[in-house]
Write a protein that binds this ligand. Sequence first.
Ligand SMILES: Cc1cc2nc3c(=O)[nH]c(=O)nc-3n(C[C@H](O)[C@H](O)[C@H](O)COP(=O)(O)OP(=O)(O)OC[C@H]3O[C@@H](n4cnc5c(N)ncnc54)[C@H](O)[C@@H]3O)c2cc1C
Length: 414
Amino acid sequence: MSGDISLIIVGGGPAGLFCALQAASENIDVLVLEKKRSCGNKLLISGSGQCNITHDGEIRQFLLRYGDNGSFLKSSLMNFGNQDLIKFFNERGVPLEIEPGGKVFPVSRKASDILDLLIHECQRSRVKIKNSNPVTDVAYINGRFQVTTSEDMNTSNYLVIATGGETYPATGSTGDGFKFASRFGHTVSDTGSALTGIQVKDYRFSDLSGISFADLTITLFRDGKKIKTHTGDILFTHSGLSGPGILDFSRYIRPGDTLKISLTPGIDTREMNEVLIKRISESGSKQLRTVLGGFDLPERVVRRLLELANVDPDLTGPHLTKKDRIVIVDLITACPFEVSKLGGPEEAMATWGGVSLSEINPKTMESRIVSGLFFVGEVLDIDGDTGGYNLQAAFSTAKLAAQRLRVLSEDVKN
Ligand SMILES: Cc1cc2nc3c(=O)[nH]c(=O)nc-3n(C[C@H](O)[C@H](O)[C@H](O)COP(=O)(O)OP(=O)(O)OC[C@H]3O[C@@H](n4cnc5c(N)ncnc54)[C@H](O)[C@@H]3O)c2cc1C
């Protein structure tokens, strides 16, 4: 059986559903083809099932939250920002609230409330949703899109690819959109895991798992060369490092890289050396571990650092040799962690890489290669920090595409 429709949207995640309901409310007939038995499976597990839908604050500041690609989102975020998203849900009976740190959640803390509303709004605007309909092929023939599913083939004037990234494949996001993009001649950059913890080679902090630090500076080295620096909260895990500081930085980290972490925020190696000399001289016969504890380091961490430096923790300050002091200062201000592995697709919350942005018009989300073709949400080479930035990008890009679709369909009618 085949069908002929104005707009087909591939993927019923937040980006696909939001684009569908926005376009349908402009009298465009829309068909959403969803691979899984139901839509929005990733949305349901977002924010541990509570859905951190966006972030509070000045929308311009959002642009800094998508690594090197934030500027691409300028038009979409300025067009439909965090306050617009909050208003959209508030006005429709799903109130959102801002946590003290700025994260925005539904008051109910239920991601299902967000999904239910999106589906309800789609139904209200007569969007047709076909679940259990994995799209297997796409083509552009004689000015129309041909979309083949396991069930049938449909044709449309316009096509939106909203298939998400390639992590948490059980939710349906398996990178199919990258293949579809290539079919239309689009470039797809390398992809990998973002928003993930790292495993560390010869990790010596397993038993300190659960200890966290605020606002540490992390410097990334590759082949001995400094690549990038980032500041954020860090958590020791059983096999490596996690916490927002690592998750947000993970888009840049590759196996084999070394992270050097300063465990004392705001104090560099030279300064630390000077301060330590001063504190030792002032501390009389105090044990070294007591002196180091004065730098706000947990006692178990101090003991481990001294162990790594081969220094007796009961040694008194004045007995510390210059050589050992330099080793300790280095460990505290640039503690090295060699990355053996990043979390794989089963655990990474986002995908870095995707459909190349240079071939997409950032003001409309329309392809620069095939007119009438759009890409929205995580299928794009966009990944945000933790804190609601990915969902905001999904909604904002979807909204922009729907606005352009309205203009295109009005042009056809006139
Ligand atoms: C555990 C976890 C927690 C997260 N928490 C948050 C959070 O709190 N806040 C936040 O901002 N972000 C969070 N994210 C990220 C966020 O969920 C995603 O960035 C967002 O869902 C992307 O939306 P999307 O619509 O682009 O893609 P997706 O949500 O991935 O949806 C894509 C849809 O397309 C369908 N599809 C794929 N291929 C096909 C095909 N061939 N045919 C038909 N359908 C297809 C899929 O089944 C899926 O339904 C989290 C991610 C994970 C994994």
